[in-house]
Each structure stands twice: as structure tokens, then as C-alpha cells.
Design a protein around this ligand. Structure first.
Ligand SMILES: Nc1ncnc2c1ncn2[C@@H]1O[C@H](COP(=O)(O)OP(=O)(O)OP(=O)(O)O)[C@@H](O)[C@H]1O
Length: 918
């Protein structure tokens, strides 16, 4: 059936006609004809006009529609086909978009230009279908274009992300901090961009491949946004699972705790374990070494640096035993041996054989040459010394120094009692140059620090600077480094200049006691990170134990490490496995009061031992009583079941220390085996020699002694009490620790008296606060203890650090009882009011006694042995004296004639205990 056309314009006309018909019917007859006539004329005109407009509109429509279809039909159809197939457009999307925009404009123009009222419904539908096809095609192209643009904008970010993420895709590696920060940020940004894009697009309109890409990437990045921050945690958990055997099942002690296990497996570029004493830092470092070996890292790719040779040997022994790797294949050494090995390696075959390679020799011989010639006042052209021009400067300053010294008698006043002038000057000059090297001061730096208004310092330091110049010339002229500092600098330079050769040799460098780094050692360690090497650092340390400021170390390198370098992961360890809870709490309280900023470190004790540290405040004759008292404590410990090696006696100083020297003498007198300072054979009483299958030597005093320190003795080493300085005790532990001479602000106390050395000061550049460093030293001493800690001090002069934590101490006021033989007795002349005087030989010391006649004291008998209970010590004209009277003196043994052979018994206590002697 043909379509019935219907036009609204004609409908309107028709309605109008019907309206006129009704009007005609209602009108009276003559008027009716007139209306008809009028209407016919009007109607016919309008009808003709309408027909004309209709035809024009239809013509325009048909032409327009045809034109649009022929111009744009193909592009619309193609677009719609792709859209329908979910396929990619097969030609240029931009051109397509332009053409479709034109098509839309053409349709819009046509519609605007058309009087649609003259179109049939079918024509209108067709037009609207054309319009909507164009719109749909445009929608497809717009989405596709927006997707492509979004994709292009993301492509760079995605590539960068994938490249950085690629090493971690298998979850086999710890994510380095800078990568992690980048990947966290990038994954968030990419996810946000993908989400924006998806929001902006109609996915169903996109080609399927694009829609799929978008939704898959959006999902992936949605997951990565959560996964990347948690990546390392997961890695660590997996790694801990995989190596649980190593980390949890070792029989010699319990499993490593969570924090220790984390520290072992975390593997940033730089890993820092910052933890207080006894929390297992060294143990964790040892485990990290083993873990790396178990992971398959070749032993030769791992280097460990310890603070002392003993610690290196102990660690190597432990790792070799645990892993079966030959000890010789383990690269564990002190930083100096490590640097030396690098320098040696680099200079092999360079003809360094003739050079002075013995560290220290170069300086010693230079000081000797200059000093000897200058003491003999040899002129530069007479003297057989290197660098005569510098010697000339040295001599001029040295002559001035001697002139000033002759007036001020400086050397005579300051030299040790058995030290010659030359020895004194030699030691000061060597220390001067040594210090300048340690603190890396150039001659000009030292010169600036000299006080020109102080003649002694000015003349001596001017000579010192000349010597430093000569030494630096020698350093320069010598191919092989000739001192420790030079060694470190040279090794650092070598590594930095050839990272491929030296730094990349190690994939892992582990460093113990990292808080003690100096400028030079820090540069050395960091040199391993130079170039494109993949070396990873693992350092353990504790700023609370930084005690080598005088040696050039600077705790700020440790505390500010994370700010100075990139890719640092910190791991705390918060359980102390060594000390009883009271000591752990006292240590934390001590450090909370530090004079210098310290890192905060929460710590709890693992032990449930209820021992409190003990404070022994000796009064009266302190200096004389102290060694005997300290050794009494050693004997008490031995008597209560501790072994010799369980006891450690410490003091602020060792070399030149009267305190430890006297303690050692007392230990030897009581035949207790004990350690002596480096290079001096340790003491073992003759009676025990045959017990040990070792060669025994006898020292000058006739004491039997082993040739080396306890750690080097091997399995046959005899057990002995450790006696050493607090510095030397770092990193060690013992059940019983006795800190002798915990006296405040004393030449051998803690804090040690802050001493300036007028001669050497210009060559020193210590940045550490003296009292803060001494506090840390006290902290080290306190935290060596596994059970008992005893601080022995003089009543009224107790160390400020003990005072800071006195509440944690059990305070013992030892009863002061003197027992000894009266060796001298001087009664006053009868008529005088002068005191009786006597001396009691208490073996450990001589006690001067005094009594006034009106106190009615007993008359003492020379040669008899007395006990004085609770004696009152007073300051007399010749020092401390003990007042005695009848109520305090008790006769233990009457005078025994020397012919009996007993009178020289050095141990009156034994006699007093013997009832048969009464
Ligand atoms: N997880 C553990 N279980 C049992 N004992 C442990 C554990 N961790 C450490 N220890 C023990 O605690 C003591 C202290 O360990 P370590 O010497 O490694 O600590 P440190 O932090 O290096 O101490 P310091 O800084 O005082 O030298 C050692 O006797 C060690 O064997």
C-alpha cells in the first residue's frame, strides 16, 4: 500500500477549511455566498503558496539527504561497522572525526534550513536516522580518539613504571627505597589517570581490545596501589619462611626475634640497624652473612668489617663453623686490613717493596731524625735529615721552644716521673702529627688553631706543623700508604676511580660498630656504592655507644646517615638479651639525660634476672683501699660460683692507668689469672701452668705469663679474669662486670677530667661533647654485664652518671675495717700534747694512724696485728689519717718475734683467723 503522505501544514489548512464550512452554514443566505467567495479566493491562494513551499522543502530535503549520504555515508557506515564489530577503526581516526564533524554540521545545517512541517513522517524519520547514525559514529570516534590520547599520555609513565618494576615482578628481591617511592607514586598516578580515562569513556563504545586493555590495566594498577607499599613486608615474610631453618632453629640460642629476622633479610641499598646495647646487633650481622651464603651469594662477594681483629676472628670462626665455608674464604677484617688489602691489590708489582710499608715507621723515623738533630742543634746543612728546608723551619721553632721552656720549665713539670725529656718530646711530636692526620687537618688548619699569645704552644706547635709538612711530603713521595689514615684515603680513591674493579667485587658489605665512623671511614664504606655497582650495605651500630670522638669518629655521620644518603632502611632492635632488666632500665634512663642529642630507642629486657647494679662507695683511704676492694669483689664472684672468664674488671683508662695497674698487681698477688694490656703477656700463676698445653714465658718479675691475649690463645688458652679499659670492652660481655674508679671528674675517673694538652691541642678537632661522650662510655661499661654490675667509687665523689641513675642501684656502704701489722709506733713525748702516731701495714696499703693522749688510746705494739673497726678518717697535715681509740682497736695477734719466721707473713687476715695464734 502506498504511503499516505501527511503534512502538518495541510492539516492546519484542512482544519481551517472545516472552520469556514461551519461558519458558512451558520451565516444567513446572502452573506453565505459572500463568505464562500471570499474564502475561495483566500484559500486557493494560500493553498498554492503552501504547495510551493512544500515542494521546495522536499526538494531541499532530498538533495541534502542525498548529498550527505553520498559525501559522508561511507565514513559513517565504516565507523558504525567498527563500532558494531567492537573492532579497531581501519583508517585515520582523526580524519574520520573531522569528516563526521562535517557530516554532523551538514545535517544540522539541513535541518535548520528545512521547514520540517512540509516533510512526510517517513522523510522526517529518515532524516533523523541519518542524524543519529552520524551521532553514533561520532561517539565511537570520540571515544576511540580519547582512548588513544589517554593511552599516548600514559605510555611514557607506563614504560617507566614497567622498567622500574621489572626487577621486582618475580617478588624475588627487596624493593629499594627510591624504587619503592617511585613505584608507589607512579602506580597511584597511573591508576588515577586510568580511572579518569575510564570515567571519561563509554567502554561499550570502544573497540573491544581497547576496552579490555583499559579495564585490565585499571584492575592491575588498582591492585598495585595496595601491593607496592606492602611489597617489602611480603618479601620479608616469604624470605623468613624460606630461611626459617637458619633464623629460627639454631640450637645455641633461641630463634632470632622478629626485628632481628627482618634486619637479616631486608635488602635495601643501605640497611642500618640502630639499636642499643645487647640487642643482638653483632649476632644479627653474623646471621646476615650466613643468610647471604645460604641464598647462594659466593663467599668472596661478601665483605664484613669489624672494629677489632679479635672480633673479626671470632665472627669468621662462628660463620665457618655454622656454614662449613672455609674460614680463609671469608672476607672478614678490620677496616684498616680491608683498606690495606685493596691497596696491596692495586700496587702489586708496582715496586712498593723498597718503600717504608710498616705503618707508623715512617712517622717514628721522621720524628727521631728531626728531634735528634734539633736536640743536637745541628744546622740544616749538617743534619742528615730528609727535607732539609722543612727541617730548617722545624729547627727555628724548636730552638724558640727550648728557649721558652728553659724559662717556664714546662717539660720538667709535665714529663712522667721516669720519662726523659727526649721521650716526652718525641711522644708529643708524634701525637701531634698523628692527631692532625686523624682529624685530617692540613698544616694551614693547624696553624690557624695555634694560640699565638701562648709562647709554649706557639713555639711547639710551630715546630709540630713543620714536622707535619715533612711527613706529608713523605706521604706524597711514597707510593705505598705509610699510615692508617693514608691507607683509608688511598683505598677510597682506588675504589672510586675504578668501581668496576673494586666496588663491584662485593655485592654485600657488612659493617659492625658503625656509630664509630669518621669522615675517612665513612667515605671508604660509601666508596663501595660508587659507580653503577649493585653493592648493598648493611651496617649495625648504636649512637649511645659512640665513644671514639677523640679518634676522629663523629656520631653525627651515624645519626644523620638517612639524611645524607639515599635508599636507607632502618631496622630497630628493641629487646636486650644481655642485661638484667634493672640495667636495661638504668641504661635507658642514663641516655635520656644525655648532654647531646641521641636517637630515641625503646628497649626492654629479655632476662628476668632480678639483680640490681651495685654501687660501692668507699670512704676513707680510698686510693689505698680500691684495688684490694675490687679484687675482693672478683673473689666474691669466684666464690659464688662464677668462673674466671665470667669476670670483667673495667676502668676508664688502661694504658698509663694506676687504677688497673694496681688491680692487676693485687690480682697477681692473690694468684688470680688475668689479662694484661695489649703486647704484655697475660698473667697465669705458676701453679696452673701444667694445666695448659702452651708455651709459658716468664716476665721480668718472674711471673709466669702466656705470650698473647686471651682471644689469640686458641682452645688451650687458660681461663682468666678480663681486665681492660671500657673502650676495649666494647662489643664484649661478661656475667660479672666491675667498674673500678667510677669517680667523677678525675684523671682516671668517668667522666675523666677534661684535659687540655697545650702542646697538642692545635692538632685536635674533636666535635663530640666531652660529657656526652663520657656518658656513652659509662653506658658501654654498664651494659657489658649479663648479671652483676658493680661500680666502685669514692664516697662523695661518685660519678655524675651513677648519680643520674642512682635509684636503680643498690647502694653498699662497705664497712671500713682495717687489719694489719703495726710497723711503726711513735708515742708522744710525755709532757707534750702531740698525738700518738702509728702505721698499720694492711698489705694492700699502709694506713697512717693517729690518736691524742687525752683520748686514752691503747698503746700499740710494733709487730702486733690489729683490727680497727669503723675508723674515722681525717685529713691531717700529711694526708688522710685514721683516728683510733680503745673502742675501735682490737688486738688480733700479739707481737711475734721475727725468729719464729711468722712475722713477715704478708697476710695478717689468715693469722687473725687462726685461733691457734691468739
Ligand atoms: N634472639 C636472641 N636469642 C637469644 N640470645 C640472643 C638473641 N639475640 C642476641 N642474643 C644474645 O645477646 C647477647 C648480645 O648480643 P650482641 O653482642 O650481638 O649484641 P649487640 O647489640 O652487638 O651488643 P653491643 O652493642 O652491646 O655490643 C649475646 O650474648 C647474644 O648471643
Amino acid at each position: 500500500m502506498p504511503e499516505r503522505h501527511s503534512f502538518p501544514a495541510f492539516e492546519e489548512l484542512k482544519q481551517e477549511t472545516q472552520g469556514v464550512d461551519v461558519l458558512v452554514e451558520l451565516a444567513p443566505p446572502p452573506f453565505e455566498a459572500a463568505v464562500d467567495w471570499l474564502f475561495d479566493v483566500e484559500y486557493l491562494e494560500r493553498k498554492a503558496e503552501l504547495l510551493e513551499r512544500r515542494d521546495a522543502a522536499r526538494r531541499r530535503y532530498q538533495e541534502g539527504q542525498r548529498r550527505i549520504e553520498s559525501t559522508y555515508g561511507t565514513v559513517v557506515v565504516r565507523a558504525l561497522d567498527r563500532r558494531a564489530d567492537g573492532d579497531q577503526p581501519r583508517f585515520d581516526v582523526d580524519r574520520m572525526a573531522t569528516e563526521l564533524a562535517d557530516a554532523k554540521a551538514a545535517v544540522d545545517g539541513l535541518v535548520a534550513d528545512l521547514d520540517e512541517a512540509f516533510l512526510t513522517r517517513a522523510e522526517r524519520r529518515k532524516l533523523s536516522e541519518l542524524e543519529s547514525d552520524i551521532v553514533a559514529a561520532r561517539e565511537y570516534v570520540r571515544n576511540k580518539r580519547a582512548f588513544d590520547e589517554g593511552y599516548d599520555a600514559l605510555a611514557g609513565d607506563l614504560e617507566a613504571f614497567e622498567e622500574r618494576f621489572e626487577p621486582y615482578a618475580g617478588a624475588e628481591r627487596y624493593m629499594v627505597t627510591s624504587d619503592r617511592e617511585f613505584l608507589v607514586g607512579a602506580s597511584r598516578d597511573i591508576w588515577a589517570d586510568l580511572s579518569d580515562l575510564a570515567r571519561e569513556l563509554q567502554l561499550h563504545v570502544l573497540p573491544d581490545e581497547d576496552a579490555r586493555w583499559l579495564s585490565e590495566h585499571k584492575t592491575r594498577f588498582g591492585e598495585l596501589v595496595d601491593a607496592i607499599p606492602a611489597y617489602n613486608e611480603e618479601f620479608v615474610a616469604n624470605e623468613r619462611d624460606r630461611y626459617a631453618d637458619l633464623l629460627e632453629d639454631r640450637p645455641e640460642h633461641g630463634p632470632l626475634n622478629d626485628q632481628q629476622q627482618n634486619a637479616v633479610v631486608r635488602d635495601d641499598r643501605r640497611n642500618l640497624v640502630d639499636a642499643s646495647a645487647g640487642t643482638g646487633k653483632t649476632l644479627t650481622l653474623t646471621y646476615r652473612f650466613q643468610y647471604l651464603l645460604e641464598k647462594g651469594v659466593p663467599a668472596g662477594d661478601i665483605a664484613a668489617i669489624t672494629y677489632t681483629k679479635d672480633a673479626a676472628e671470632e665472627m669468621a670462626g662462628r660463620i665457618a663453623a655454622a656454614t662449613g665455608v672455609d674460614e680463609d674464604d671469608l672476607d672478614i677484617s678490620t677496616i684498616h686490613s680491608f683498606a690495606l688489602s685493596i691497596v696491596d691489590d692495586a700496587t702489586v708489582g708496582s715496586g712498593s717493596g723498597d718503600e717504608e710499608t710498616d705503618l707508623g715507621d715512617a712517622l717514628d723515623s721522621l720524628v727521631d731524625d728531626y728531634l735528634e738533630a734539633a736536640m743536637a742543634d745541628e744546622k740544616p746543612d749538617e743534619a742528615d735529615v730528609p727535607y732539609p728546608d722543612v727541617y730548617g723551619d722545624f729547627l727555628a721553632a724548636f730552638r724558640e721552644f727550648r728557649r721558652v721552656d728553659a724559662e717556664e720549665e714546662y717539660v720538667d713539670t709535665h714529663a712522667g716521673w721516669n720519662q726523659s725529656r727526649t721521650d716526652f718530646l718525641r711522644s708529643k711530636l708524634t701525637t701531634f702529627v698523628d692527631n692532625a692526620r686523624t682529624f685530617d687537618l692540613e698544616p694551614a688548619d693547624v696553624r690557624r688553631k695555634i694560640d699565638e699569645t701562648a709562647p709554649i704552644q706557639f713555639t711547639f706547635a710551630t715546630a709540630g706543623v713543620a714536622l707535619l709538612e715533612a711527613y706529608l711530603r713523605r706521604v706524597e713521595a711514597t707510593e705505598h700508604p705509610i699510615d692508617f689514615d693514608e691507607m683509608i684515603y688511598a683505598a677510597t680513591e682506588l675504589i672510586e676511580s675504578a668501581p668496576d674493579r673494586f666496588a663491584s667485587r662485593y655485592s654485600h658489605v657488612l659493617v659492625d660498630e658503625f656509630q664509630d665512623v669518621s669522615d675517612a671511614t665513612l667515605s671508604f664504606v660509601e666508596a663501595f656504592m660508587s659507580g653503577d655497582t649493585e653493592t648493598h650495605l648493611f651496617c649495625v651500630g648504636d649512637d649511645w655507644q659512640s665513644i671514639y670522638g677523640f679518634n676522629g669518629s663523629n656520631v653525627r655521620y651515624f645519626t644523620e646517615y638517612g639524611e645524607r644518603f639515599e635508599d636507607v632502611t632502618y631496622t630497630p632492635l628493641e629487646v636486650n638479651y644481655r642485661c638484667p632488666p634493672s640495667i636495661v632500665r638504668a641504661g635507658a634512663a642514663l641516655m635520656a639525660r644525655s648532654e647531646a642529642p641521641q636517637n630515641d630507642k625503646p628497649v626492654t629486657a629479655c632476662s628476668d634476672l632480678e639483680t640490681d647494679p651495685t654501687l660501692h662507695e668507699l670512704d676513707g683511704l680510698y686510693e689505698a683501699r680500691e684495688p684490694g676492694y675490687v679484687v675482693d669483689l672478683v673473689e666474691d664472684a669466684l666464690a659464688s660460683g662464677y668462673d674466671l672468664e665470667d669476670v670483667m674488671v673495667l676502668s676508664r683508662n688502661d694504658r698509663n692507668s694506676t687504677v688497673l695497674q694496681q688491680v692487676r698487681e693485687e690480682l697477681a698477688r692473690r694468684e688470680i689469672p688475668h689479662q694484661r694490656p695489649d703486647s704484655v703477656p697475660d698473667y697465669v700463676p705458676e701453679s696452673t701452668h701444667e694445666t695448659f698445653d702452651r708455651e709459658v714465658v716468664f716476665d721480668d718479675s718472674g711471673d709466669a705469663a702466656f705470650e698473647s691475649g686471651p682471644d689469640e690463645m686458641g682452645p688451650d688458652a687458660p681461663p682468666m679474669v678480663t681486665v681492660q679499659s671500657v673502650h676495649a670492652s666494647k662489643g664484649t660481655e661478661a656475667p660479672v662486670v666491675i667498674l673500678a674508679h667510677a669517680v667523677d671528674d678525675d684523671p682516671e675517673g668517668i667522666p675523666v677530667e677534661e684535659r687540655t694538652d697545650e702542646l697538642v691541642d692545635p692538632a685536635i678537632d674533636i666535635s663530640a661533647n666531652h660529657f656526652a661522650e663520657e656518658r656513652r662510655l659509662f653506658y658501654v661499661a654498664l651494659t657489658r654485664s649479663e648479671a652483676e654490675f658493680h661500680a666502685v667509687t669514692k664516697a662523695g665523689r661518685t660519678s655524675r652518671y651513677v648519680e643520674d641513675v642512682r635509684d636503680y642501684f643498690e647502694v653498699v656502704e662497705p664497712e671500713f675495717t682495717l687489719e694489719g701489722k703495726c710497723t711503726e709506733f711513735t708515742p708522744p713525748a710525755d709532757d707534750s700534747n702531740r698525738p700518738f702516731k702509728a702505721t698499720l701495714d694492711c698489705v694492700d696499703f699502709e694506713a697512717p694512724l693517729m690518736a691524742w693522749p687525752n683520748n686514752d688510746p691503747p698503746r700499740l705494739e710494733e709487730g702486733a696485728v690489729y683490727r680497727i673497726t669503723d675508723p674515722v678518717v681525717e685529713e691531717g697535715p700529711f694526708g688522710e689519717e685514721i683516728r683510733y681509740d680503745r673502742s675501735t682497736v682490737e688486738l688480733l695477734t700479739s707481737y711475734v718475734s721475727t725468729s719464729s719466721g711468722d712475722s713477715d707473713d704478708p697476710n695478717p687476715r689468715a693469722r687473725a683467723d687462726d685461733p691457734g695464734d691468739d
